[in-house]
Structures are given as C-alpha cells and as structure tokens.
Design a protein around this ligand. Structure first.
Ligand SMILES: *Cc1c(COP(=O)(O)O)cnc(C)c1O
Length: 404
C-alpha cells in the first residue's frame, strides 16, 4: 500500500472543493503594525497592510509588553523548564493567575498553553466530573469548545445559535437534578454578534445548570477594565466559568479559565491538557501579564478600536459595499461565493498590497462566504481610504454583488 498516495488524495479532495489553504508568508515589524513584509512567489518582500489580525489592539508590539517580555527573558531564560507540576510554575505564572482572577472577579484562575487548550481541557474535565452531565452547546461554538464536548464523552444537545427558546426547551426536557453545563461565547467571531449573557444565566438558574463562557474575542476590548462583555453587561458574577485568551487583544500567547477555587483546583488536578505539557515560557507570561495590567487601566486602545470599527462600517455602507450587520468590532463583508471570495483576497494582495483572509465554508455556511475585517487603533484614515478604494476596484473587477 502506498501511504503517501492516501495523504495526497485527501488533500486533493480539499483542493477540489476549493478549500485548500495557502498561508501568507508575513513578517510583522515592530513600530509598523498593521504593516508587514509579505514574501510572495516573486521573491522580494513587499510591505502590505494587514486588515484581519486578531492582535486587535496592536498590543503585540506595545512597548510596555515588549519591555516586560524582554525583562522576563533576561531574568528567567527562554523556557519554563517543565510542566506546571515539575518546574513550570514560575513566579510570573502565579502573578498572572492572580491578575486574571482579579480581572474577572473570580476566586482563582488557571493559565494554559492556548485558548484552544483551555476550552478543550476545562470543558471536558468539568463535564466529566459532573455525574451524568449533559452539555448544552450553541451551534456556532468554536472548534475548541466542540473538542471539549467530544473529549468529555458526555451527552450533548446543540441549541440553535442564540436561540433562547430552543435552549429552554432542551433544558426543560431534562430532570432538574441531572447535571447540566451550558457553553456559549460572548462574541461570535465570524458574524460579530454577542451572546445574550443575562438571558442564558436566567435559564441556567431556572433549570439548575452551570454556565461556561468563551470571552476570547472580548477580553481586553469590552468592559471598563477589559474583562469582556460580561463586565460590560454587569454579568460577571452570574457566569460560573469564564475562558479567555492571551493571544488576541492581549497580543501574546496562552489561554486561561477563571472560576471558583473549587473548579480551578479540579481542572488543575484532572485535566491532561493542563497537566502533561510544558508551561508557557517566562517571556510570554511576562508580556501577557503586562498587557492585562496595562489594558485594565488604559481605555484608549479599546475606545479607538470601537471608533475605527464604527467608522469603517459607516464608510463601507456609504460606498455601497455589502457590509454585514455586526454590533461588535468585527466587520464582515459579504461575497457569497467561494471562488470570488478567494479571488477578491488575491486581488487585494496583488493589486493593492492589502492582506485579508478569505472566509469560506466550512468556517461559515455555503453562500455566506465573506471577508472578515478587524479594524484597530492603528488603522489610520489614510489606510482606511486605501482600503475603500481597493475594495471598490476589486468588487467591480470581479463583479461581486454590492449592497441591496
Ligand atoms: C481563537 C479562538 C480560541 C482559541 O484561542 P487560542 O488562544 O488562539 O488558542 C478559542 N475560542 C474562540 C472563539 C476563538 O476564536
């Protein structure tokens, strides 16, 4: 048997469906973000503007973060030296977990190697420990939450996205004393809509369920101190477990959960995805700690981000471009065709030195293929002017439908 052929055939199927992914070779430059050097097929690097980064606030190049990361590297060296149990609980880990617990007004927090790992490890461990648990999961939940549900091997019920009646029907159908875990997000990253936190918590209280929220696309950006949408909505105390990332608005790497001391101690003690992997490097933890602390008091970045998102949505609509309704900082533009979506992003790169990732099936449903833009404080008016001109050119060239 030719093993090689099997892999090539599998990738061939992805190609045939138009879903083959090509990664852009980008080198970001400190002080120049959201600009970066792009190396294409033709060789020499060319400066492009990134409009789809999840380093939402530009904290990945912020001097406060870089200085803290550099200081940690100098002081503690490159690696953590082991799993948390062996020698990977550095003093910086302790400080970061205290900071995150405080941010979310919970008793404790647990840092993991990514947001993905935090969701997978925490959801699976919590659900497994609850006797005969049934998980209620929003249909648009992130792949890492689905991985957690699968790994738990618990029964699951998928409720239609943000559909409270559907969730209530499903909760109602279970015996009151049966363990229940409701998992949802505060900002859904492809449509940019919010999860109804208070309403979900009302149902959870009524039907005796635990709640777990993914605030990955909200931490650092919403709420008075950047704790997320639950802070903005004054709902922090109502959610049992909050999960976040240090990799998006905080500009570094790593994930975490914050919850009661009992929940954190249980995940710490039982989750293989936490226990059996080397902990984050000191430079990463030091940078993240500085970023969380900085965004707790500085509102400049999140206010500028909101202003940029509002302005971009208004200007796209004025230009007749099919911007999709989104209440958050995420700005999707409808293309509604996978081939044109990819062609549009290629043309933006080749003709206009603008980098935007095409969002196609299976990330979004067929027929809703889109460009997903994430404007931030560093996208100035000049960059926005050039983006508008470029989108106008590309939509006309490719004959993409404008707004109705
Ligand atoms: C990016 C993302 C994650 C994973 O976070 P990482 O820190 O990148 O691993 C989890 N949930 C959602 C909704 C995400 O978009």
């Amino acid at each position: 048997m030719s093993y090689e052929r099997i892999f090539a055939a599998a990738v061939g199927r992805v190609r045939a469906e138009g879903r083959y992914r090509v990664f852009a070779d980008l080198a970001r430059k400190v002080g120049r973000f959201p600009s970066a050097d792009h190396r294409g097929a033709r060789g020499d690097p060319r400066e492009v503007t990134i409009w789809c980064s999840n380093d939402y606030l530009g904290m990945g190049q912020h001097p406060v973060v870089l200085e803290a990361a550099a200081a940690a590297l100098e002081q503690y060296g490159a690696g953590a030296g082991g799993t948390r149990n062996i020698s990977g609980t550095t003093h910086l880990h302790v400080l970061l977990e205290q900071e995150l617990a405080g941010l979310h007004q919970k008793e404790a927090a647990l840092v993991m190697t990514s947001g993905y790992v935090a969701n997978e490890a925490a959801i699976s461990t919590i659900a497994k420990l609850l006797p005969d648990c049934v998980i209620f999961s929003d249909s648009l939940n992130h792949a890492s939450m689905i991985a957690g549900v699968r790994a738990s091997a618990c029964e699951k019920r998928i409720f239609r996205h943000n559909d409270l009646d559907h969730l209530e029907d499903m909760l109602k159908a279970e015996p009151r004393e049966r363990s229940k875990l409701v998992i949802f997000e505060s900002v859904y990253s492809m449509d940019g809509d919010f999860g109804p936190i208070h309403a979900v918590c009302d149902l959870a209280e009524r039907y005796n369920a635990m709640t777990f929220i993914d605030e990955v696309h909200a931490v650092g950006m919403y709420g008075a101190t950047g704790a997320g949408v639950a802070e903005r909505d004054a709902a922090m105390a109502r959610v049992d477990v909050v999960q976040g990332t240090l990799a998006k608005a905080f500009g570094c790497m790593g994930g975490y959960i914050a919850a009661s001391r009992a929940v954190i101690d249980a995940v710490r003690s039982f989750a293989p995805g936490f226990i059996f992997t080397t902990s984050l490097a000191p430079a990463v933890v030091g940078g993240a700690l500085a970023s969380v602390q900085y965004l707790k008091t500085s509102t400049l970045e999140r206010l500028a981000q909101q202003e940029r998102a509002t302005t971009l949505k208004r200007r796209l609509a004025e230009a007749g471009l099919p911007v999709m309704a989104s209440p958050s900082h995420i700005v999707p533009i409808l293309v509604a065709d996978p081939v044109r979506c990819k062609a549009a992003t290629d043309a933006l790169m080749d003709r206009h030195a603008i980098y935007i990732q095409p969002i196609n099936y299976p990330t979004v449903p067929k027929g809703t293929e889109r460009l997903r833009l994430t404007p931030g404080p560093l996208h100035d008016d000049g960059k926005m002017d050039r983006l508008l001109t470029a989108l106008g050119d590309v939509f006309e060239r490719l004959d993409i439908k404008l707004a109705a």
